[in-house]
Design a binder for this molecule. Structure first.
Ligand SMILES: Cc1cc2nc3c(=O)[nH]c(=O)nc-3n(C[C@H](O)[C@H](O)[C@H](O)COP(=O)(O)OP(=O)(O)OC[C@H]3O[C@@H](n4cnc5c(N)ncnc54)[C@H](O)[C@@H]3O)c2cc1C
Length: 484
C-alpha cells in the first residue's frame, strides 16, 4: 500500500476501536472525541502532505518492494545525502506543528527502520526473531503505520532489585508462552499518542537497565493498539474544545499521554523481537543504533521548535513596540544563539556520519546528544521563560474570541490596539504566546521536553560514563609535567 492519506489514517483509527479511557469514560471514536479530535486532524494533515504535489517528492520515496511511494522516514540511510533528505522530510512535518508534536509518526518510523536493519542482532536471541523484525519493518513501512511506544514500568518501590521479584511486581511481565505467542501482564508508562496510534512498540531503554534475574521483563514486541486486554488510560486533556483563536496550540496538537494496562495480552510469536535475554535487552539501543536516528529526528524537530519560539518572540516585541529596549534585544538574541547552536549540532552530526556494522549511515551521536541534553535542561525551559518575560501582562490582558463579538468589542478594539497591531491581531498573537508558555498545553510541553527522552540526570550520568575524556586528561597531565 502506498503512503497513506489523512482520510485513510482516520478511517483506520475509527475501525480499530482500541480501548481508550478518558475522564471516567470509554471513548467510542477517538477521531471525533472532543479531547482528541484536534490532534487526530493534525496527524491526518501530516499524512496528506505526503500527497501534496508540491511536497510529494520530499515526503516519499519508492518502496523497494512495491515501487509505490512510501513515507521517507522509513528510508534506510545509506549516505549523508540520505540523512539530509530524511531531515528535509522531517522538517516539513515538524514545521507544520511549530515543533509541538513530538510524536509525529517519523519519531517511531526511524526506530522501526533501525531495528529492521539489525536483524542479526535479534537472531542472537532466537533465530526466528530476525525474520520477525525484518518483516515488521516492511509491514510498518508498507502500511504507513502510526506507532506509540512505552519503555518504562511503574515503580512501586525504589528498592533495588524489586523488579526481579515476580510476586511483588507491577511491571509488565511475561506470564507464559503458548503455541500462539507470549502472554504478558502488567502496566507501563507512558504512551504518548497511544489513543491515536495504530500500534504500540514495547521495548527496553538504555536509561533503565533490567536486573540480572529479570528475564521475565526482558522483551521487545509490537502489537496493534486494539489487541484484546490492552487499555489506554488518558490523563486530563489540554484540548478544552475551544477555538483555534483562543487555544491555537492545544486545539491542534494535544498528543495525549496515556498509561497502558496489559491484562493478559497475547503477543503473537511473529510480533516478538526479543524474549527473556537480559544481556541482549540491556544492549538493545547501542546494538540496533535506533537512538542515533531518534536523536536525528528529535534535533530536527528542536530546530523547528526553536525557529517557532524565535519567530514568536520577535513578533511579540514588534507588536508591543518593545524591541528597542536593550534587555529585550538581548533576550531575542539569546534565542538566535540557541537556534544557530542547535542547527550547527544537527549539521555536524550529518557531516560526521558513519556507517554502522549493519551498513546503515548513522549521524554522529556526540553533537546530537549534546544538543538534546542542552535543549531539555536549558534551552527550552529558558525560551519559555523568555516568552513569559517579553509578554508579561499581555499574556493575561487577553480577551477571548467571543469578547470581540459583544457590546464590549469597540472598547476592546480601542484599548488593546498598539502602534503596529489591531486589538484582534494582538489578542490572537498573545493567545499563541500564552499557549506556548503559560497554558496547561504549554506546561505539558515543558514537562515533555524535560523528560520524554529520559531523565536528564540519568542521561548526564550516561554521558559522563561513556564520553572519552581520556585524551583530554592526558593533555592536562602533559601540561602539568611541563618543566621549563
Ligand atoms: C510528557 C511526557 C511524555 C512521555 N512519553 C513517554 C512515552 O511516550 N513513552 C515512554 O516510554 N515514556 C514516556 N515518558 C516517560 C519518560 O521516559 C520518563 O518521564 C523519564 O524516563 C523519567 O522517568 P520518571 O518519570 O519515572 O522519573 P523518576 O524516575 O520518577 O525520577 C524523578 C526525579 O528523580 C530523579 N531520579 C530518580 N531516580 C534517579 C536515579 N536512579 N538516578 C538519578 N536521578 C534519579 C530524577 O532526576 C528525576 O528528576 C514521558 C514523560 C513525560 C513527562
Amino acid at each position: 500500500m502506498p503512503a497513506r492519506t489523512g482520510a485513510e489514517f482516520l478511517q483506520g483509527l475509527k475501525e480499530a476501536q482500541a480501548e481508550v479511557w478518558i475522564r471516567g469514560e470509554r471513548v467510542d471514536d477517538v477521531t471525533s472525541h472532543k479531547s482528541l479530535q484536534g490532534c487526530a486532524r493534525s496527524l491526518a494533515s501530516l499524512y496528506d502532505m505526503q500527497h501534496d504535489p508540491q511536497l510529494k517528492s520530499e515526503m516519499t520515496y519508492e518502496s523497494p518492494t512495491t515501487e509505490d511511494p512510501v513515507g521517507l522516514s522509513f528510508l534506510v540511510p545509506r549516505s549523508t545525502e540520505d540523512l539530509e533528505k530524511r531531515r528535509a522530510m522531517m522538517t516539513n512535518w515538524a514545521r507544520s506543528s511549530c515543533g509541538m508534536m513530538g510524536r509525529s509518526p517519523d519519531f517511531l518510523n526511524v526506530v522501526i527502520t533501525a531495528w529492521g536493519t539489525a536483524g542479526e542482532f535479534f537472531a542472537r536471541n532466537r533465530p526466528e526473531f530476525q525474520k520477525n523484525v525484518e518483516d515488521y519493518y516492511v509491514y510498518a513501512r508498507e502500511n504507513d503505520l502510526t506507532l506509540t511506544h512505552t519503555l518504562l514500568n511503574f515503580q512501586k518501590s525504589r528498592r533495588a532489585g524489586v523488579i526481579d521479584n515476580i510476586d511483588e511486581q507491577i511491571a509488565l511481565t511475561i506470564v507464559k508462552e503458548t503455541d500462539a505467542g507470549v502472554v504478558v501482564k502488567g502496566s507501563r508508562l507512558l504512551a504518548t499518542l497511544g489513543p491515536l496510534s495504530d500500534e504500540i512498540a514495547v521495548y527496553p531503554t538504555r536509561t533503565h537497565m533490567v536486573g540480572e534475574e529479570a528475564w521475565r521483563q526482558s522483551f521487545a514486541f509490537a502489537i496493534p493498539c486494539n489487541t484484546p486486554g490492552m487499555k489506554f488510560l488518558c490523563r486530563e486533556s489540554v484540548d478544552h474544545g475551544r477555538s483555534s483563536f483562543d487555544h491555537p496550540l492545544g486545539s491542534r496538537f494535544e498528543e495525549m499521554d496515556s498509561i497502558v494496562i496489559f491484562d493478559n495480552v497475547l503477543v503473537p510469536w511473529e510480533r516478538m523481537f526479543l524474549l527473556g535475554d537480559v544481556e541482549i535487552c540491556n544492549t538493545y539501543g547501542a546494538q540496533t543504533g535506533y537512538t542515533l536516528h531518534t536523536g536525528h529526528q528529535v534535533t530536527t524537530r528542536n530546530v523547528a521548535k526553536t525557529e517557532f519560539m524565535l519567530g514568536l518572540a520577535s513578533l511579540m516585541v514588534k507588536t508591543l513596540g518593545s524591541g528597542d529596549i536593550d534587555v529585550n534585544q538581548q533576550r531575542v538574541a539569546e534565542m538566535i544563539v540557541y537556534l544557530e547552536v542547535t542547527k550547527a549540532c544537527l549539521r555536524a552530526a550529518e557531516a560526521d556520519a558513519f556507517e554502522n556494522k549493519w551498513g546503515v549511515t548513522c549521524p554522529d551521536p556526540a553533537p546530537l546528544n549534546a544538543a538534546r541534553q542542552l535543549f531539555a535542561e536549558t534551552l527550552y525551559p529558558r525560551m519559555v521563560e523568555i516568552v513569559q518575560l517579553l509578554g508579561s501582562s499581555s499574556l493575561m490582558a487577553l480577551p477571548t474570541e467571543a469578547d470581540f463579538e459583544t457590546v464590549l468589542s469597540p472598547d476592546v478594539s480601542r484599548y488593546l490596539a498598539t502602534d503596529t497591531a489591531t486589538a484582534r491581531d494582538r489578542a490572537k498573537l498573545f493567545h499563541l504566546a500564552w499557549d506556548a508558555a503559560c497554558s496547561a498545553f504549554g506546561g505539558r510541553q515543558l514537562l515533555y521536553e524535560r523528560y520524554f527522552a529520559g531523565d536528564p540526570v540519568r542521561n548526564a550520568m550516561l554521558m559522563y560514563s561513556s564520553y572519552d575524556s581520556g585524551p583530554l586528561v592526558d593533555r592536562v597531565k602533559e601540561f602539568l609535567d611541563w618543566e621549563e
